[in-house]
Design a protein around this ligand. Structure first.
Ligand SMILES: Cc1ncc(COP(=O)(O)OP(=O)(O)O)c(N)n1
Ligand SMILES: Cc1nc(C(=O)O)sc1CCOP(=O)(O)O
Ligand SMILES: [Mg+2]
Length: 212
């Protein structure tokens, strides 16, 4: 299942000297199991062009491409899914427009939000921020590994941990029983993206093998 791995989220402004496509392709070469376009700056036309290019790239690597926030862009490029936040397009309305075969993920910060997300038919939840992050301005309070563990224990759909996830804390995050992890800065700002992604994947696998 793609949610059981490394979900890489874009942040073009963090790598001004490398293109969006080269960064995301390096992530895929390193083993990313899903990619998301997260872009708070571009207008709709540019978003559609970037999303279309990433959808085609993801298809070549046979992983899902998820569009953040913009359901209309997801529909325009036939993305594999959309990720919405608590204040974004309502999940139940998104499902009516996207149908049951597309992926819908939603951000959650508490066990109550996670339970509601599952009841409303989310395919996965993003749970965070686990740790402090500088990649998003308006985050909720850090939930820590204990908060993450609590969320994981209350839902059966896959939980993807997000927020401040680095190589040096991934083993602790993975030990909570999360399905996978979503990462921005540690990957897109890396000088060796492919190797960094491979290392994330190794740590996830090692932790799972140790904990069975
Ligand atoms: C996998 C994943 N989890 C959480 C988020 C955050 O979504 P949201 O709360 O809507 O915040 P923005 O990313 O839109 O600023 C995410 N994008 N992906
Ligand atoms: C996009 C996003 N959403 C979060 C949430 O808690 O919902 S934290 C976050 C930023 C994650 O970036 P980094 O891996 O650089 O910390
Ligand atoms: Mg959002």
């Amino acid at each position: 299942m793609w949610t059981s791995g490394l979900y890489v989220i874009s942040a073009e402004k963090l790598h001004p000297h490398r293109s969006l496509l080269s960064v995301m392709e390096a992530s895929l070469k390193g083993g990313a199991t899903a990619i998301q376009l997260r872009d708070k700056e571009s207008g709709k036309q540019a978003l559609i062009e970037k999303a279309r290019a990433l959808q085609q790239l993801a298809q070549r690597y046979q992983v899902p491409f998820i569009m953040n926030d913009h359901l209309d862009v997801a529909l325009a490029v036939n993305a594999d899914g959309v990720h919405v936040g608590q204040g974004d397009f309502p999940l139940t309305e998104a499902r009516k427009l996207l149908g049951k075969n597309k992926v819908i993920g939603i951000s959650t910060h508490t066990k109550e939000e996670a339970i509601e997300a599952e009841q409303q038919g989310a395919d996965y939840i993003g749970a965070g921020p686990v740790f402090g992050t500088s990649s998003k301005d308006d985050t909720e309070k850090e939930i820590g590994v204990d908060g993450l563990k609590e969320i994981v224990g209350h839902v059966s759909i896959p939980t993807v941990a997000i927020g401040g996830i680095k190589l040096n804390n991934t083993a602790n995050v993975a030990a909570t029983g999360v399905s996978g992890i979503a990462v921005i800065s540690e990957i897109v700002m890396s000088d060796h993206i492919e190797d960094t992604c491979s290392r994330f994947t190794e740590i996830l696998t090692e932790t799972r093998e140790r904990d069975v």
